[in-house]
Design a protein around this ligand. Structure first.
Ligand SMILES: [Zn+2]
Length: 259
């Protein structure tokens, strides 16, 4: 390491000279991608960004990868029934995320991991971005949906039957990361309908055999509070386990890319 090495891996906190020297050690960039959207009575609007940003920071503690400033605005038309939610069109989102990553390719980044904290809803857009980065910019890009990373651990430790939005998983992770931003006294369980369509499920880790999405009107009818599932069963310990699963999986990929 040169004498310009720094303690931080957050691009926004570094000088360009520190970036230059970091590039001697790594060519991998972690980009947290989230959304600013309603998360019920008990969680703040920034959950989908706070989670991947903090998980990314823990990955940089165990690797040389750099952590980019996050994408705060995502594709959230189904949450606009509550104030504070922002949404951008699928085209705007794709182009913006693509341009951000492509510009990092200009200064030497070869691998980009899109750490997606916005469950399921913007997966299709990010898959397209990954494809374009690989074919047009020669960047090894990966879509990393957090929900997939902790699926295995979640299956073992979950208490709630349904955890679709702002429920057990997200609340547990926020309790571990930012307890001051969680109001457990306001958390309420919201049951989804007893029956969903065949091949679909109101659970982020459920049996969703076909692609589907909800509109704002659907969401409003489903949940007056904004969450779907039971956040009252969330614990800091569950959050710790989920975060550790995600961090160690991402580290495996980063290590492989950095070899
Ligand atoms: Zn969320």
């Amino acid at each position: 390491m040169s004498d310009l090495s720094t303690e931080t891996a957050r691009v926004a906190e570094m000088t360009w000279q520190e970036i230059e020297s970091a590039l001697a050690e790594t060519r991998t960039l972690l980009l947290p991608v989230g959304s600013t959207e309603q998360h019920g009575h008990h969680l703040p609007l920034g959950v989908d960004v706070y989670m991947p940003e903090a998980i990314g920071a823990r990955v940089t503690d165990r690797s040389d990868a750099l952590l980019a400033p996050p994408i705060w605005y995502g594709v959230s038309p189904h949450h606009t029934f509550k104030p504070g939610t922002f949404t951008v069109s699928t085209e705007t989102f794709q182009r913006y995320v693509f341009d951000v990553c492509a510009s990092a390719g200009e200064w030497g980044i070869e691998n980009v991991l899109l750490l997606n904290g916005h469950y399921l809803a913007q997966d299709p857009e990010l898959e397209v971005v990954v494809r374009r980065l690989r074919s047009e910019c020669d960047i090894q890009a990966f879509h990393v949906p957090l929900v997939n990373l902790f699926a295995e651990v979640a299956a073992e430790i979950r208490t709630g039957e349904v955890s679709f939005h702002a429920s057990e998983f997200e609340t547990s992770i926020m309790l571990e990361l930012f307890p001051d931003l969680v109001s457990m006294d306001r958390a309420t369980a919201v049951d989804p309908p007893a029956e969903s369509l065949p091949l679909t499920d109101y659970d982020a880790l459920g049996e969703n055999a076909v692609g589907w999405s909800l509109t704002a009107a659907d969401m409003e009818a489903l949940t007056p509070a904004g969450n779907i599932g039971d956040p009252t069963v969330a614990t800091e310990e569950t959050g710790q386990a989920l975060i550790e699963a995600a961090v160690s999986d991402i580290c495996l990929l980063v290590d492989e890319l950095e070899e």
